[in-house]
Design a protein around this ligand. Structure first.
Ligand code: 5RP
Length: 237
């Protein structure tokens, strides 16, 4: 175990590397976004460099992933150039017992959902702090909104019982602007989300909403990083 990494980072690294080890030569690989997915991308780059892995092509889900994948010399393709994605690997902000997710902490959930939905196998990599009994009691639900629809979408979400707040940028004045040029509303439902499948559809049906961060019925496998007796371990759900 690396001594300079804090426990949370150790767990993220461990699951990232475990997921990268599951990728087979010749695969089209969906590359997620975030700090956990970054460890997976780096580990894929390491496997390519040593010759342990060959002939993969990555499909990124954000500018962040694209920049990192290029640094790691991972050949890239696009959704419009491939027939399918063999395996997609991504982090999450919350995972419930049914393996439903909240994603979008990095404002990348629209592309992330596209890639996950197009993949034959979708693997989620999280540290144990992301496991929850019910979604949205802790993490707010990201909703990507066309800028000119901000006000009407906010009002409709309020009518559904949600409290939307515009996500503001750090180290830039004003709101976060997504890779698609849209805005993010982070939404809190007071008692959490009772029916993720229904809410996912209801939100996406609001004119002006591009995509929300609920991922329902997409996850095949969750790799959970934990520290047990001071050692990082990975368990599968
Ligand atoms: C980005 C995401 C990320 O996968 C999610 O926020 C988890 O990030 P991290 O691994 O940094 O905790 O959904 O939109």
């Amino acid at each position: 175990m690396s001594t300079e990494l804090d426990p949370s980072t150790q767990m993220k690294k461990q699951v990232g590397e475990a997921a990268a080890a599951m990728v087979q030569s010749g695969s089209i690989v969906g590359l997620g976004t975030g700090s956990t997915a970054a460890f997976m991308i780096q580990a894929l780059g390491d496997r390519l460099r040593t010759g342990d892995l060959k002939d993969i092509r990555g499909i990124t889900t954000s500018f962040q992933g694209e920049v990192l994948a290029r640094e790691c010399n991972i050949p890239l393709s696009t959704l419009n150039e491939v027939d399918c994605i063999d395996i997609a690997i991504d982090g999450a902000d919350e995972v419930d017992p049914q393996k439903n997710l909240i994603k979008g902490g990095g404002a990348a959930h629209t592309q992330e959902k596209l890639v996950a939905a197009f993949a034959k196998q979708f693997i989620v990599i999280v540290d144990s702090s992301k496991l929850v009994e019910k979604l949205n009691l802790g993490f707010l639900l990201p909703v990507e909104v066309l800028p000119r629809a901000l006000n009407p979408v906010s009002k409709t979400i309020e009518k559904l019982g949600g409290k939307p707040q515009l996500r503001m940028a750090v180290k830039k004045s004003g709101p976060v602007v997504t890779d698609q040029g849209n805005l993010i509303l982070d939404v809190k439902f007071e008692n959490g989300i009772d029916n993720p499948a229904e809410l996912e559809k209801t939100l996406n049906n609001i004119p002006g909403v591009l995509e929300n961060g609920l991922f329902v019925g997409l996850t095949d496998l969750v790799l959970v990083g934990e520290v047990v007796d001071g050692k990082p371990v990975v368990r599968q759900i």
